[in-house]
Design a protein around this ligand. Structure first.
Ligand code: SF4
Length: 269
């Protein structure tokens, strides 16, 4: 199983984006799914070899969806050396009542979940909240934003919440979903299925995800390129006046022209 490979990728992300600092208390948001479960195992392995101390605190929110049984998952977490903290909040009924027929449950469901987890992290004094989004989540979100939301944006590896109370980190940004699946199977993660979304999937997201998967069948490095593009923004090749000072290009000195506008930021113009 590609455990070493994805551990190296996770170490790289942590180091390149300064995700975890000395003495950080990291809340690991586990959902009962494969991605966050594998993230917990990876972070634990990295913590044991890290040159500085930090602690991990797995927290799961039981949203009271029918059939959502935490017991096997909690016991799996315990076998990996951690006590799972379970929060209980019936967001299931709210989502069912408030979501229009035919619409995806995921938007409201994840907003409510985020609010509860963020409040808990602030209350408990956790310095970071680790989320299990991986490379393919980032790429899918990027394309969703391009196709349907009119913006170029994805999921950052490190994010300060709007109210400044929480710092979110995504240590798996370099990790492919296929590798996570293999590791999750090898580690026998007892995945808790989501019955709510099982009956009402996010169709647009699923279609974009499938599109990317199909394209990767023809172009094996396509997803790697999509990820790379998110680290390689050329503001001068886009149309955003807030990120490129088009009106000041005439004022460039000869030296600045020689360097090439590609290397210059808006502030330097
Ligand atoms: S997949 Fe299920 S748990 Fe996740 S946001 Fe959608 S409805 Fe909620």
């Amino acid at each position: 199983m590609p455990l070493d490979k994805i551990r190296r990728q996770t170490v790289a992300a942590i180091s390149e984006y300064d995700l975890i600092k000395s003495n950080d208390k990291v809340m690991v948001a586990v959902s009962g799914g494969k991605d966050s479960a594998v993230m917990l195992v990876l972070l634990d392995a990295i913590r044991k070899r890290a040159p500085y101390p930090f602690t991990l605190h797995p927290v799961l929110l039981d949203q009271k969806q029918p059939g959502f049984d935490v017991a096997a998952f909690a016991s799996w977490v315990k076998d990996h050396g951690y006590e799972l903290e379970v929060l209980e909040e019936d967001t299931y009924s709210i989502v069912l009542n408030k979501t229009e027929e035919g619409k995806s449950y995921c938007g409201l469901c994840s907003r409510l979940r985020r609010g509860i987890l963020y409040n808990h992290a602030a209350k408990m004094g956790f310095h970071k909240i680790a989320l299990g989004h991986h490379r393919d989540d980032l790429n899918t979100t990027l394309m969703m934003n391009l196709f349907f939301n009119g913006r170029i944006a994805s999921m950052p590896p490190k994010l300060l919440s709007d109210d400044g109370r929480n710092m979110v980190i995504r240590p798996l940004v370099y990790v492919q979903e296929e590798d996570i699946k293999k590791v999750a199977m090898a580690l026998k993660v007892p995945v808790i299925p989501c019955n709510l979304c099982g009956s009402n999937g996010n169709m647009q997201r699923s279609r974009v995800k499938k599109l990317l998967k199909d394209l990767e069948g023809e172009h094996p490095f396509m997803n790697a390129s999509l990820l790379k593009a998110q680290q390689n923004i050329r503001a001068s090749q886009l149309l955003d006046k807030n990120h490129w000072a088009f009106s000041k290009l005439e004022e460039l000195s000869d030296d600045e022209r020689a360097i090439g506008v590609e290397d210059m930021t808006l502030n330097s113009l």
